[in-house]
Each structure stands twice: as C-alpha cells, then as structure tokens.
Design a protein. Structure first.
Length: 256
C-alpha cells in the first residue's frame, strides 16, 4: 500500500514551462485521471515521476523522495506505460512482458519460476497468452499496446502511470485492460495516475472551480488554457463515486 505526493513540482524544457507548482497527494488505492488540452503538461508529470525528465520540487512515494531512490528501487515502486514505447520487433510477447520483472533480477541473473508464472498469469488475465510466442513485429498496434500494459502490470509496482494506455485498443479491450487495473487498485492498494490525453472532457472534465455538470465540459477545458483537471476515485468508491478536483493550473501571467 503506497501513496504518491507532489510538492511544488516544476518541469521545464529550456524556456518552456510545462508544469508549474503542482502540489497534490494520491492515497493508496486512489485513481487520479488528469485531463487537459495539448501542452498542459500531462505527460510531463508522468515523465518526472518515472525519472525521465529533470524537475524541481519534490515527488515522494510513502513520504520518501524518489530522487533519493536508486534506479532499480524506483522501478520497483513505479511502473510507466508511455504513449509511444520502444518495442524491438524481434522480441516475443513473453520476452517483452518479462522485462517487467527486471527490478527484481540481479545483475547476471535470470528470471525465476515465480517470474515466469506471474507473467503467464498476467498474459492470461489480459487475454494475451496467444501472443506469448509471437514476434512483436508481427502484431498490430493494439496488440502491442496491450503487451505494454501487461509489462507494467507484471512489474508489480504500487504506483502505475498510464499515458494514453488504451488509445490503440478497441472498445472491448479498453474495458478489459482498465477493469484489470481497477481490480489491482481495489485488491492491492495500487495507486494509479491514469492519463488520458484524448479529451474526455464531455464526461469527466470541467474547468477549474466548477462543481456542476451541465454538459459543457469540452468548452470549459478549452477555455481554461493550460489547466489540468483531475478526476479522483478512492478505493472504496463505486463507479459512480468519482470526484473532480483541479490538480494543477498555470496562474495568470505564468503561461509560456
């Protein structure tokens, strides 16, 4: 059971300020979905947590700064599904998902029976067992994306970062993948920051400070410029129990 916290998180790319003064806390079992227009800093937040971009401020897991963790320990705490992962065409589906077990394998070591059994179970639960022996280069974009999610699940990290995790999936497999993540959230206290870059504002997004829902979400998110709007769901809440909050926005005069 882990929590993740942000204290005045800032991410810059040269003169461009992608994330400004983000402060938030996600408790064990919570699922926080960030939405916002292009360039609002959604992916930059996840890349900072994953250690892929430099940042100022603090990111903590269970109160300990991630900056104080070794790369191997960070990988055991945080699993990341990027928008465009690198996937070697000659690698099989099983070999790729087994990469999720790397944080637990020592240098010069190899996967244990437990690692292989866990990966086989993940492939079965995600209906991917038929791709275990297939080369990645022979799979469709949606099939490859499902294997990326499987690799992250096999990592068994308490914090799961998903950046457009279902953009290449059909409706049925979108629901299947997210239901699996939701079960992990309930059963194991998984902390999820689920980032859908496609604009779901009509169903879950509202501009900052708005607590009502009159169907004008798209318009409000468009108006709020660089805003990130968060939809939060607790571990003990039903599907209808999600609560909106504003996770981050650029104050007046700070937009790049």
């Amino acid at each position: 059971m882990s929590s993740i916290g942000f204290e005045c998180l800032n991410v810059r790319y040269g003169e461009h300020e992608a994330v400004y003064a983000l402060t938030d806390h996600v408790r064990p079992g919570e699922w926080l979905c960030l939405i916002g227009p292009n360039g609002a800093g959604k992916s930059s937040v996840l890349r900072a947590v994953a250690g892929l971009v430099p940042y100022r401020g603090a990111i903590t897991v269970d109160g300990t700064p991630l900056a104080d963790r070794s790369p191997r320990r960070r990988a055991a705490l945080v699993a990341y599904v990027p928008q465009s992962p690198l996937m070697p065409d000659d690698m099989t589906g099983l070999e790729y998902v087994l990469l999720g077990r790397n944080p637990y394998i020592g240098y010069f070591g190899s996967e244990s029976k437990h690692d292989r059994a866990l990966v086989a179970d993940v492939l079965h639960r995600l209906d991917l067992h038929q791709f275990a022996g297939r080369r990645l280069g022979s799979l469709s974009g949606g099939e490859r994306q499902r294997l990326v999610i499987a690799r992250a699940v096999a990592q068994e990290a308490p914090v799961l970062l998903l950046d457009e995790p279902t953009s290449a999936l059909d409706i049925g497999h979108q629901q299947q993948a997210l239901e699996l993540v939701d079960r992990l959230r309930h059963d194991h206290g998984l902390v999820g920051r689920d980032l859908h870059v496609e604009h779901h504002a009509r169903t879950v997004g509202r501009g900052p400070g708005r607590g009502d829902d009159d169907g004008r979400g798209d318009e409000r998110v468009a108006r709020c410029g660089r805003c990130l709007v968060g939809l939060r769901r607790n571990a003990d809440e039903s599907d209808g129990g999600a609560r909106r909050h504003v996770a981050h926005r650029h104050p007046a005069g700070r937009e790049p």
